[in-house]
Design a protein around this ligand. Sequence first.
Ligand code: AMP
Length: 216
Amino acid sequence: MTFDELNLAPAILKAVHETGYETPTPIQAQAIPAVLAGHDLLAGAQTGTGKTAAFTLPMLHRLSQSAAPKNKFGGKGIRALVLTPTRELAAQVEESVREYGKYLDINSTVVFGGVGMNPQIDRVKRGVDILVATPGRLLDLQQQGFLDLSTVQVLVLDEADRMLDMGFIHDVKKVLALVPREKQSLLFSATFSDEIRDLANTLLKNPQSIQVTPSN
Ligand code: AMP
């Protein structure tokens, strides 16, 4: 299979070709068509499998096909929210979003704790299509009234098992209560404990399940 067979927008394919990737990895080959078709997804995949592009590419495609909603502040509303366990992963994911989306009229930003809040508040207030965040800082910003998550159409939980291992289950549940019920949800996890399965059962509607083994 080639990337050209995946029905992604030409602007996305151009950015993918520039990265030098030749063929989709197994998780990409399976996840991209499912996400493009609007399905929820339960994906078993570790870092190194190409999981970031597996959700980022079809998410960018879908967002590029529709107009941005307005948030309650009158700016561009957040359409996709990606939660990650660590700031390093959040920064990496947002960098991928920028890279794959560089020929699209879609913007993104990243918020995480341990750094000043004001620059994050400024960027979020100006309006953003895709927000990548760690749960704690996201809730801080929301509780202070700087975030409107009511326009979210796609929710991604990346490395959900690590998120739970790090004690973020309550924060994740709070975030789930702030986004609309009607949305597309994608859950990526390397392992599947009962807790992850419970989370998947609450969040996902008729999900497609994908499991890949890591490539070395
Ligand atoms: P990830 O699992 O998303 O952390 O990605 C692992 C690494 O694989 C990253 O450095 C990506 O840039 C790279 N990568 C992602 N997709 C592909 C692909 N289709 N072909 C080659 N490398 C890729």
